[in-house]
Design a protein around this ligand. Structure first.
Ligand SMILES: Cc1cc2nc3c(=O)[nH]c(=O)nc-3n(C[C@H](O)[C@H](O)[C@H](O)COP(=O)(O)OP(=O)(O)OC[C@H]3O[C@@H](n4cnc5c(N)ncnc54)[C@H](O)[C@@H]3O)c2cc1C
Length: 325
């Protein structure tokens, strides 16, 4: 949020968050419609913006920053960022193009791109390449950079669904996260729009079961403990990881975001860390291209950001491990 404020995006982001008035709740249950075990309450965005004295006294971090927890789905955040990027004259944003590969030499990087619809290819010559191509990064692979860390951890499945009944059927009110801890439904519901869109991450305690066919209705009804109507929008099988790239720079090429680190989401800092990477490298590249920064400044990108990724990835993985003891 501090970075977004620099770009004048604070109000747009607040307007697109799941809710500005209600406290930020994390609720722990056996099943959502059965027993509540614990509830954490953090201040609402309204309380934070109004500098509510009780909130300031309880949450020390509000003394360091004008922001507290701000929950916004990536489906709501990314259009705001895209709109902002489009308005910047020095950005040529090309959706629908594939990055095929690159070569680098002492003077720069040559990348090959293909427009998906037409099949037209193009070469782009640049001074630097900042690879934000995600966890399966082709750039990282082509550089032969390996990960350190625990690597692949728990297998899980994400079920994205729409339901007008969900809030009514469990009756716990709007929360940002609802954990379910009964052994047959270990997972977490995440509010996507705070009304009808929800995501359930179901964690496989027995990894052997991850490959078996899954009945989404059975999984969701078990987690709530009651039947309810829903429309399944997406099913994604994936794995938690705690991995940090051994090297973040190779000559004129840099790795950022998930290309450089993979987190367990129990921490909520994967994208936060990636945005931090981009802001750090961004001002350094600008300094070099503007003629007042030297090459050693670019080396400081890895020195500054990698320890943060190591710390954040370990903290997130530790949260996940703690939840099964
Ligand atoms: C269930 C879940 C919950 C999460 N919760 C949080 C949270 O609460 N807070 C948080 O901060 N983070 C969270 N994260 C992590 C966050 O989603 C990721 O860290 C973030 O999306 C990484 O962004 P990225 O841009 O580095 O990579 P990505 O989002 O993977 O984007 C990479 C992009 O590059 C494109 N691409 C790749 N190769 C090519 C190519 N050859 N040509 C053209 N395009 C290419 C891909 O299509 C993709 O669009 C969560 C993740 C999950 C799975």
């Amino acid at each position: 949020m501090e970075y977004f404020r620099r770009w004048g995006l604070e109000d747009k982001i607040y307007a697109a968050t799941i809710n500005t008035e209600d406290p930020y709740y994390i609720i722990f249950t056996t099943r959502l419609g059965a027993n509540e075990l614990l509830r954490f309450r953090s201040p609402s965005i309204r309380e934070i913006r109004d500098r509510d004295p009780e909130a300031l006294a309880r949450f020390r971090e509000l003394g360091w920053s004008p922001y507290g927890k701000t929950q916004i789905g990536q489906q709501a955040l990314e259009p705001i960022l895209v709109e902002h990027a489009r308005a910047l004259p020095n950005i040529d944003l090309r959706h629908g193009w594939r990055f095929d590969g690159f070569t680098q030499d002492e003077a720069g990087v040559t990348a090959t791109l293909t427009e998906i619809v037409s099949g037209r290819s193009e070469s782009v010559r640049t001074q630097y390449l900042a690879a934000c191509d995600g966890g399966a990064s082709d750039v990282r692979r082509s550089l032969g950079v390996r990960f350190n860390g625990r690597g692949k951890m728990r297998a899980n499945v994400s079920l994205l669904f729409r339901s007008a009944e969900f809030l009514k059927v469990h009756g716990r009110g709007v929360a940002n996260l609802y954990f379910t801890f009964a052994p047959d439904c270990f997972g977490v519901f995440t509010a996507i729009d705070g009304a009808e869109l929800w995501n359930y991450q179901y964690y496989f305690i027995d990894p052997a079961k991850a490959a078996a066919p899954l009945n989404a209705e059975e999984v969701l009804h078990r987690a709530v403990g009651k039947p309810f109507a829903f429309e399944l929008l997406q099913t994604t099988h994936w794995n938690h990881h705690q991995s940090v790239a051994r090297k973040w720079r190779d000559g004129r090429v840099f790795l950022l975001g998930d290309a450089a680190h993979l987190f367990v989401p129990t921490g909520g800092v994967g994208m936060n860390t990636g945005i931090g990477d981009a802001c750090d490298l961004g001002w350094k590249l600008d300094a070099v291209l503007s003629g007042w920064g030297g090459d050693i400044l670019l080396d400081s990108y890895e020195r500054e950001r990698k320890p943060i990724a190591v710390r954040n990835s370990i903290a997130s993985a530790s949260n996940s491990i703690a939840s099964i003891w």
